[in-house]
Design a protein around this ligand. Sequence first.
Ligand code: ZN
Length: 1004
Amino acid sequence: MSSRRWLRLAALTILVGVPTSSWLACGGGEGNLTDPDLGALEITAETIGPEPDADGYAVAIDGAGGRSIGPNGTLRVEGLPSGTHVVALTGAADNCTVADRGSAAIDVVGGSTVALRFAVVCRAATGAVQLTTSTGPNADTDGYSLLVDGAERQPIGVAETVLLQDLPPGAHTVGLSGLAANCRIEGDNPRPVTVVAGETVAVGLAAVCDPPPLATGTLRVTTATTGADLDPDGFRFRIDEAQEQPVGANAVVSVAGLAAGAHTVGLLGVAANCTVGGENLVSITVPADGTVDVSYAVTCSPATGELRVTTRTTGSPRDPDDYEVSIDDGAALSIGSNASLTLDELSPGPHSVRLHGLADECQVQGDNPRTAAVAASATTTVVFEVICAAATGSLATTITGLPDGADADVTVTGPNGYSERLIETTTLDGLVPGEYTVAAADVTAGGDPYTGSPATQTATVTAGEVAAAAVSYGRGSTVSVNLRIEGLYLIQSVQTLERGVPLVAGRDGYLRVFTVANETSPTRPSVRAQLYRDGTLLRTLNIAAGGATPTSVDEGVLSRSWNVAVPGSLIQPGLEIVAEVDPDDEVPETDETDNSFPASGDPAALEVQSASALRITLVPVRQKANDLVGDVSEANSDRFLDVTRRLYPLPGYAAEVHAPYTTTTSKPLDSDDANGSWSEILNEILALQTAEADGTGRHYYGVVRAPAGGGLNGTGYLDVPVAMGYDDATDGARVLAHELGHNWGRLHSACGNPGDVDPDYPYPAGQIGVYGFDVAGARLRGPQVPDIMGYCRESWISDFNYEAVLRFRAQSDPPSLAAAAEQRSVLIWGRIVGGRAILEPAFEVMTRPSLPRKGGPYSVAGFSADGARLFELSFEGVPVADGRQGARHFAFAVPLDAAAASRLESLRLTGPGVQASAASRSAGLRRSGAQADAVTVRPAAGGAALEWDAALHPMIMVRDAETGEVLSFARGGRAEVRTSGKDLDLVASDGVRSWSTRRAISGR
Ligand SMILES: [Zn+2]
């Protein structure tokens, strides 16, 4: 961040560090010499453009003005304290723009001069017309007079070009006057033209002239106009109802070449406020070679306008007689109910127009009076819409219970802003039909308080009828409080006031009822909630107040709602709820009828969905490389599931702990998977789940001891139920819940800077966005708490992810999956990481088939020795979350009968940019059985130690013979496994084919 603010003002040229001597040379600033805290500003204005602002500008420094500067001038200001000053340049003409809106913040440095330049650009404010006259034979001999907007501008020849400049933008006319009688202009004369600022419009006026008659004379037309509001656009005159040409308001025009003899001349285009003195159409006789004069005296009076008042009346009954209209509160003029009236000779400007004389049931819509802007020589229209309502009715309000002479305080309000205060029993007449509210306020009589009841009531007034209302005053304390239930919800992890999050059947919940009072009150009413199922009452819950009744809903404080735990057994599809505050009427209220929620008193349905319990197998993972084992056991397995059960939409879980699994990966887990161990072990657990018949439909979660202080503490598959994480006593449960979220298709939420952030996540900063509640811990979680799918601790779950998990599990839990029978299969597995394909050794296993859910860019195929393809699978691979970006893993159990399996000779994996293959090397050895003895098995601490020839068998799958649990996918010729069993099943793979044997651990 820079502290030099002026750097932001890019449009300004600013020079700093000018030597002190430069302003000394200017001779200013005496006294400043000794004060290093004072500096100087040199302000320059630079104006460009076709029409610069000639009178310059004003300069203000820190709001103090009074300095002027020329359009290209320089102003020096001295004695300015060091620090930031605001300099403003103002007074630019409308067509000029000052850069940076004419304001700059500039740092003055003591002892220096700082230069500041304001760039001003002035656009053109006017336009021009380039007028060209042309003519054919028999041309007018004395040229024309050029008229602009009806006024004479200058003489112009019959073939000449004139540039008319400085014309304001907009509509104008150009015309030629003084045409000879035998000539006419083609097209309009005068000619309309639109002027654009900064542009020149070309106009051509072409004359066509007939051969003049033999004997001709001259007509001379003279105009003289007097008065006010002179005709703005000039006049035209017409000869013999034929040739027409413009003429100025005070002009003399000669028309030569007029045939000798009788003619008529008329003046046209006279504005309404102007009149021609004497005859307008004049008969003349033109003498040969002579001149005849026609003069017009025009008098203009101040222009006036017209106002047209229109009434439009709808509804019934109508006013039986006419309305009246007044202008400026003058005399009333009669006007019908659907009529128009035109008033003329009104001075231009605003006039007040008022419609009156309406019957009571008729109302003017909108303002009355209203203001009409009358324009000169124009008609302005004002329309009054009148609506007549039906005839009126009455309301009789009976007021009782007050001592004689005491006034009641009852207010009747109704349509059209009607309001009337009553102090005693009254019948109100002439009321517009509609709903009226009768509100009784408390009064004091004889020193005692009296309360009117009901506090409010509604009466419906009907035309021609008398409606009734009754207010009864009673002596006693003043009741002003009213209680209501503003909302309620049942929450299991997360919920909204709209109850938008579905409930999970069989899962414990927590009911919050939000009761409010109309005013601050210490009242602590109880709430009764009743749960129904399909119309049958299940349970009545009486809830005492936790604190005083709030005046508005506050989800953020538990004691501001009425809460009770609801056991999961009650939460089943068909659940309904209704609640009532102060069910036993212990609190006197102004309204005792609005205490239920829903307001109708009928139970509201709650959405309850069924979901399956989570089935999960926790696999303690032992790393051969460092002998560290993930600390998970039957004794502590619930600790790993603690966050999961609190957060997710699960009715429960069943966790099993697997026998310790030994990974022979040579490199220990590192903090960021730089060596690929996390990815490799995850792949092994996927293969392990696939190989074990019980793995179908279960989550497998490897528990590892991760390096201290590491960055990576878990990884898992997107959409596939296999993951792994560290065994941290305080954080392991969070990581397991996070990885389960990936297994259920969830991407990251943006807390802690994870990759692959869900673009649809609706809340900022990866927060949960709504209120959550930990039912087991009776703990409120606020909207700012981070969501479980981020990398932040102390997390909870958003409604967005909660509902998404519920949907995912409902769609991906087909019960038919577990029904597939165990059969002889080949376990094909591996991964594509960083552009490298790894095809792990295949094994023959008895398990449930596991095949790609859908095809994809990768393919794995098995071939016999003669090249026949025994199977081929197209797949896309499972993406890994939290691990290396872009990794894809796979593990399939491909059903293959004994005959086909015995022919399997090679495997090939292909896909975009990758290829991997394996060939069987030991088909003969496999049949001999000799290889069984090639593995030595001996007891070791906590299990058995194996040794074999890794060149022949790159991998051995070690299983507990009794349980079938996979204890290791062992590599490298030496391995120890942890087991309490007596016998091991060893399946040795040469890469493609495998053989199996059962071996006892000697001494057991
Ligand atoms: Zn993650």
